[in-house]
Every structure is written in structure tokens, then in C-alpha cells.
Design a protein around this ligand. Structure first.
Ligand code: MG
Length: 130
């Protein structure tokens, strides 16, 4: 089976490197974009299996980028997990309201990261088949 392809949209190099490391270690193929505008373009072009979306980014933030993706038939079914350092419940709610399918808090908990990503991918595949 082909490796699932995961698009990371993240402007911070350290966070990006960590997430990429964790995804590659878990057997995923990684694609990357460093702001919301690039992220939306890459999602349309590459049709990844999942997107990990930072929220605070230049050009276009992750809330707006997610809202764009979820309002476009070409990308609406791609699951989006927000990567958020925003610890206030209001910020998480904003991410879910924008269309994110879940979120991962930063700093990233390495133990739960793999599980969350795998679970969401499995759910997305089951939805596509139903
Ligand atoms: Mg950021």
C-alpha cells in the first residue's frame, strides 16, 4: 500500500522539523508549506491524505486557510488537524469552527501524536468508503 501523504503547514522551522520527524518515523510521506496561502495551494495540487495545520502564520493564518479548504469541494474532505500553541479553549473552538477535524496541542506530546494522526486517517478512509 502507498504511504499516506501528510501535508504540514507550519511557519516555525523547529516545529516543522519535529512534526516531519514524527510523521516519517511513523511511515508517512511528508509534504510541506510554510504559510496558509502556500498550504491551500499545496492541498489543491497534491490532494494529501491529511493536513497538519499551524494556526498562527504569516500571509494567511491556519483558521482562514482551513475555512478556505473546507469551503472548496476539491479539498473539503481532507482531514485537517490544527497544531496549536493556543491553549485557551476559545482558540480551540475557533479552530473547530473553522472546520478543523481535531487539534494537537504544542508542545507536542510525542506519545499521543502518532495515535491521534493514525486515528484521524483511519476515520477519514472509513468515511470515504461509506
Ligand atoms: Mg506559527
Amino acid at each position: 500500500m502507498n504511504k499516506p501523504r501528510v501535508l504540514i503547514v507550519e511557519d516555525n522551522v523547529d516545529n516543522y522539523e519535529l512534526v516531519r520527524f514524527l510523521l516519517e518515523r511513523a511511515g508517512y510521506q511528508v509534504l510541506s508549506a510554510s504559510n496558509g496561502v502556500e498550504g491551500v495551494d499545496a492541498a489543491k495540487r497534491e490532494q494529501p491524505d491529511m493536513i497538519l495545520m499551524d494556526l498562527s502564520m504569516p500571509e494567511m493564518d491556519g483558521w482562514k486557510a482551513t475555512a478556505h479548504l473546507k469551503s472548496d469541494d476539491a479539498t473539503r474532505k481532507i482531514p485537517v488537524l490544527a497544531l496549536t500553541a493556543h491553549t485557551l479553549p476559545g482558540d480551540r473552538k475557533r479552530a473547530i469552527d473553522a472546520g478543523c477535524d481535531g487539534y494537537i496541542s504544542k508542545p507536542i506530546n510525542v506519545a499521543s501524536f502518532d495515535k491521534l494522526v493514525a486515528t484521524l486517517l483511519r476515520q477519514a478512509r472509513a468515511d470515504l468508503q461509506s
